[in-house]
Design a protein around this ligand. Structure first.
Ligand SMILES: [Zn+2]
Length: 386
């Protein structure tokens, strides 16, 4: 048996070295599986539709009262133009106390920090709780066969957990200044406005779908959604594309197209928003000859883990170890927490996310150590107090 890596920076470097461009895990999950098996975990790596997932559980010999799960991902977004990087994006090069590489922030470092925190606590403490790892290679991609699949597998195999920590980069400027206790929902809409093509000099013989669409988008944008709620910002609707696919200056095109997205808080659901927008469409279609159709895609409902035991434990550890007052947030994009929340209370906490997905993605090596120390303190208190 080779000696286990016991340093979170060395482990981050090792994880970065796997070319795990989503949804490929690049062999990293087999590596993590054998790492945690040496800590006494029962681990299972499985593949579905080209996605590899790891489920692992550690339990004390004397039994346990509760289970804390950690959810994370080893897949990364593509490095982009590799020649623009100052070092190989999969080398984990360390310069000026920073580690560079794809996944150094999002989120191989937090997987590494959590694994070392687990290793230390298992070696040092008397434990009465169980730990579960839910690690996927499909978070940055479609997320269809990743965490969702792991959770389904867990239910089928009677694997339960009481709380979950997701290691996404949630911090804003300092490690621990922000954790996420919920997320906004996301609904996208794809609009087709159907008119009647014709000569632009004879508009009365055509139906202009461009002007009708512009009018509709104005009404859509001025929809009153809400003023925000206790833990959420106001919902926002934004238009992302307008298109006619029309090259000719003397033609009124047959169709026009637009896309929009709504990031919404806990006062709405995908269904309630769809109904609200559809009633605008009905009104529009009654009033004009250019008819509108919208196809919707719901990427996730909004959710909130009410502040309480789980977030208190985490903010206490952050204050204790990093000396930082932590803000509870529900901002930003979606994450796999949207799947986990159907199973148990979930909070998210990880590094400062300012270079994620960028060329030369990097993080301070000291931040990785700090994150490991906070995770460890949190695990210790979870074991004692929950
Ligand atoms: Zn991520």
């Amino acid at each position: 048996m080779t000696k286990l890596i016991d340093d979170p920076i060395a482990l981050t470097k090792k994880l970065i070295s796997f070319r795990s461009i989503t949804p490929d895990d690049g062999g990293s999950l087999e590596f993590i599986s054998s790492f945690v098996e040496q800590l006494g975990f029962q681990a299972k790596v499985s593949s579905t539709q080209g996605v590899t997932n790891l489920f692992a559980r550690w339990s004390p010999k004397s039994g346990f009262k509760r289970t804390l799960a950690f959810n994370g991902h080893v897949d990364v977004v593509p490095p982009g133009e590799e020649s623009l990087w100052d070092s190989d994006p999969f080398s984990g090069d360390i310069r000026n106390n920073r580690i560079f590489g794809r996944g150094s922030v999002d989120m191989k470092s937090s997987v590494a920090a959590f694994l070392i925190a687990l290793k230390e606590i298992i070696e040092e403490e008397e434990l009465s709780c169980s730990f579960v790892l839910l690690i996927t290679s499909d978070e940055e991609g479609h997320a269809e066969y990743g965490t969702k699949e792991l959770l389904k597998w867990a239910v089928k195999n009677n694997e339960a957990f009481d709380h979950c920590l997701v290691g996404e980069p949630t911090s804003s400027k300092l490690v621990g200044d922000t954790i996420k206790i919920g997320r906004r929902g996301s609904l996208s809409g794809s609009i087709v406005c159907k008119g009647k093509q014709g000569h632009i000099a004879y508009p009365d013989k055509a139906v202009n779908p461009v002007e009708a669409l512009i009018h509709f988008l104005g009404e859509l944008k001025s929809l009153k959604l809400d003023e925000g709620s206790d833990f959420f910002e106001p919902s926002s609707l934004n238009i992302s594309t307008i298109d006619t696919k029309n090259e000719a200056l003397n033609v009124i095109p047959e169709n026009s197209y637009a896309n929009f997205n709504v990031r919404f808080n806990d006062q709405h659901s995908c269904l309630s928003l769809t109904k609200k927008i559809d009633s605008l469409v009905t009104k529009h279609n009654e009033e004009t000859n250019a008819t509108l159709e919208i196809k919707y895609k719901c990427s996730g409902e909004s959710f909130l883990t009410e502040p309480g035991q789980l977030s208190d434990l985490l903010t206490t550890s952050i204050k204790e170890i990093a000396g930082v007052n932590c803000k509870l947030s529900t901002g930003g994009g979606t994450s796999d927490a949207r799947f986990v929340r159907e199973y148990c209370p979930v909070v998210e906490f990880g590094l400062v996310g300012d270079t994620m997905h960028q060329i030369n993605e990097n993080t301070k090596v000291d931040d990785i150590v700090l994150l490991k120390d906070i995770y460890k303190d949190f695990l210790k208190n979870y074991n004692k107090k929950v």
